[in-house]
Design a protein around this ligand. Structure first.
Ligand code: SF4
Length: 120
């Protein structure tokens, strides 16, 4: 019997940096005391700005795409381009789940360090 995480890892290669956060690589590289981490694939953004409408404290329009306010770029030593992370406290989670759910291209992912699972 596979765990949910094992199934996701085996069959859905949707975000290597999310996997790296789950497995420790990006957890060690970008240590945090916060519980949640957003992983944003900016190169996939089509500029619908549903994220900005859902959570303007975290997302902002920057020309034709969205930026994650206070996000850190994690791409320089990684093969994926334009990937940003931002760590969230408990009270920042709800609206960011809405932002991720409303994104038409699913380029916003959130990981829970405590439960060690993908939130979305
Ligand atoms: S909702 Fe998704 S596609 Fe639209 S601006 Fe935000 S990140 Fe980009």
């Amino acid at each position: 019997m596979f765990s949910e995480w094992e199934v996701v890892k085996k069959y859905f290669i949707y975000c290597k940096i999310l996997f790296c956060s789950m497995e420790g690589t990006y957890k060690e590289k970008f240590p945090t005391s916060k519980r949640y981490r957003i992983v944003y694939h900016k190169e996939q953004c089509i500029g619908a700005f549903a994220c900005v409408a859902a959570e303007p404290n975290t997302w902002e329009q920057n020309g034709a795409v969205a930026d994650i306010i206070g996000g850190k770029e994690v791409t320089p030593d990684h093969e994926t381009k334009d990937v940003y992370i931002k760590d969230l406290a408990e009270d920042e989670l709800h609206n960011n789940i809405e932002a991720a759910q409303s994104c038409p291209v699913n380029c916003i992912h959130i990981f829970d360090f405590k439960e060690e699972k993908r939130v979305i």
